[in-house]
Design a protein around this ligand. Structure first.
Ligand code: SF4
Length: 69
């Protein structure tokens, strides 16, 4: 699953970092969260969905990479 972070919406609440610190980070002094990686699968998926739902700014979205066939 590809992870997208809309930095124009992010208000640095840091909730995503609390849920999934492997994927999201909030560097000291940064006005927005950053992605540590933009792909996540397997056991991270549940946490990712939780982060999407819990982001007060709706800044996180997920997309399925093109399924090449
Ligand atoms: S929860 Fe949303 S608003 Fe808060 S830091 Fe993460 S992406 Fe930004």
């Amino acid at each position: 699953m590809a992870v997208h972070l809309d930095t124009s919406k992010c208000r640095a609440y840091g909730i995503c970092v609390g849920i999934l610190p492997d994927v999201f980070d909030l560097p000291k002094g940064s006005p927005v969260a950053v992605l540590r990686r933009d792909v996540a699968d397997g056991e991270d998926l549940e946490d990712l969905e939780e982060a999407v739902v819990n982001c007060p700014a709706q800044a996180i979205s997920l997309s399925r990479p093109e399924e090449a066939r």
